[in-house]
Design a protein around this ligand. Structure first.
Ligand SMILES: [Mn+2]
Length: 294
């Protein structure tokens, strides 16, 4: 544990020195923790939600440094692929897994569509190639897939926020959400692939949801706001009567569409998305960011 603590808290760049065997060993330790988690994680306390990081290890380090004092850090998925720097995906996901090993109650890693390529293909999927290039075989890739198949799907907080990578499960009750199988292909598709029907990045994948779908879903599970990632050019917009907020946290897209490198801080009960404090790291410093209501 000392070495993990040292890497996570003092010198994250040492991730680059880990060999295949060490990473495999850490993965073997983290899998049982993830397997114990249900598809729905119910949490209490202050929480920061982090959107897609997509291999942006530099930004992930800055986020962890800034927000480790919160009760929870909820990462909304898409940790790999489209990396802005070399080996970014391997460093980013491995760092997050060490973080999970060290703080398994505090840190929640949810599934994105890039973490379910084994179930539903996504493009680009560069992660396996990156592993072969770096380690000479795809052996470690199958270990990461074991991780991906055991990570949870959704989070609900006592401060009235429901969070997931992309979408909701239309018509589901709280009891049904509590009992989802993490690898149920229908549930996974709804959660990691869906966009709001008004989204500018609407891809026709998953099961798009409109305002009525969202409102009845949130009312049924007694949540007020849905926080999601997945769509890089609608980040920072609040839609559907201020009840659906999209954030994205990778520098790869910071100058595309609206917004920057955003995280969402929830420190009290929220009624509307605009009650949430958004912070932006696109200048390399943390600044407050104003949500745009549409
Ligand atoms: Mn995505």
């Amino acid at each position: 544990m000392d070495k993990i603590k040292d890497i996570v808290l003092r010198d994250p760049d040492r991730i680059a020195c880990l060999d295949e065997k060490e990473i495999e060993n850490y993965i073997d330790n983290v899998i049982p923790l993830l397997e114990r988690e249900k598809a729905l994680i119910e949490i209490d306390g202050t929480t920061v939600f982090i959107g897609d990081t997509h291999g942006d290890f530099e930004t992930t380090k800055a986020i962890v440094k800034k927000f480790l004092n919160m009760d929870h850090l909820v990462f909304l998925g898409d940790y790999i692929d489209r990396e802005p720097t070399k080996w970014g995906s391997i460093y980013n996901i491995t760092y997050l897994l060490l973080l999970k090993l060290l703080y398994h109650e505090k840190v929640i890693l949810l599934k994105g569509n890039h973490e379910c390529n084994y179930l539903i293909p996504c493009y680009p999927y560069e992660f396996e190639k990156e592993i072969i290039q770096r380690f000479g075989s795809s052996k470690l890739h199958s270990k990461y897939v074991e991780v991906f198949s055991s990570i949870p799907l959704i989070t609900l907080t006592t401060y009235n926020v429901f969070a997931a990578h992309g979408g909701i499960i239309k018509g589901a009750t709280l009891e049904q959400l509590r009992n989802i199988d993490k690898n149920d292909i229908e549930a996974v598709e709804s959660i990691v692939w869906s966009d709001p029907t008004v989204s500018l990045t609407y891809r026709g994948a998953g099961k798009p949801f409109d305002e009525k779908d969202l409102t009845s879903f949130l009312d049924e599970i007694k949540a007020h706001v849905f926080v999601r990632g997945h769509s890089y050019n609608t980040l920072g917009f609040s839609i559907y009567n201020d009840r659906c907020l999209t954030i994205f946290s990778s520098q790869r897209y910071k100058n595309m569409g609206n917004g920057g490198i955003l995280v969402a801080k929830v420190e009290k009960n929220v009624k509307y998305a605009s009650d949430i404090v958004i912070e932006d790291f696109s200048t390399g410093e943390w600044n407050k960011y104003k949500i745009i209501k549409r």
